[in-house]
Unconditional design. Structure first.
Length: 136
């Protein structure tokens, strides 16, 4: 039906939890540091995935590889009072966190610390996980 192997599914679950949580946390933390207490009041200054993951968006990530998390609430008026660029920094924080996660995950591959092999078992090796994380 969806041609998802157990390895693919496990990698998508790990990626979903790590990437979407850190992405939304980055938005929330940046807004908080720039003077907007809206994310803090909404309980979003946390790495708890349950605070950030959207049920339908998460299901789509698992099934299709594309989805979303709950948007981080911000108060644009408070951010504009702080700086003209504050909203830009809050917006860029999420994608920047994705880029940094990709760089971090690429280090073991680039340095040859992780060997990429074809999937053979139910649980992927670290190399398989990183390969799927970057190339799927």
């Amino acid at each position: 039906m969806l041609n998802l192997t157990p390895d693919d599914l496990i990698c998508r679950v790990i990626t979903l939890i790590v990437a979407l949580t850190i992405h939304e946390f980055a938005h929330a933390l940046t807004a908080d540091r720039l003077g907007d207490d809206t994310p803090r009041a909404a309980g979003r200054i946390t790495l708890n995935p349950l605070k950030h993951l959207d049920v339908f968006g998460s299901l789509l990530v698992l099934l299709t590889g594309y989805g979303w998390a709950k948007p981080t609430p911000i108060n644009a008026a408070v951010l504009r009072q702080r700086s003209r660029w504050a909203i830009v920094w809050v917006s860029v924080a999420g994608p920047l966190s994705n880029f940094l996660l990709a760089l971090l995950a690429a280090i073991p591959l680039r340095l040859g610390w992780v060997k990429v092999v074809l999937p053979t078992g139910i649980l992927p090796t670290l190399g398989e996980f990183l390969y799927i994380f970057f190339y799927n």
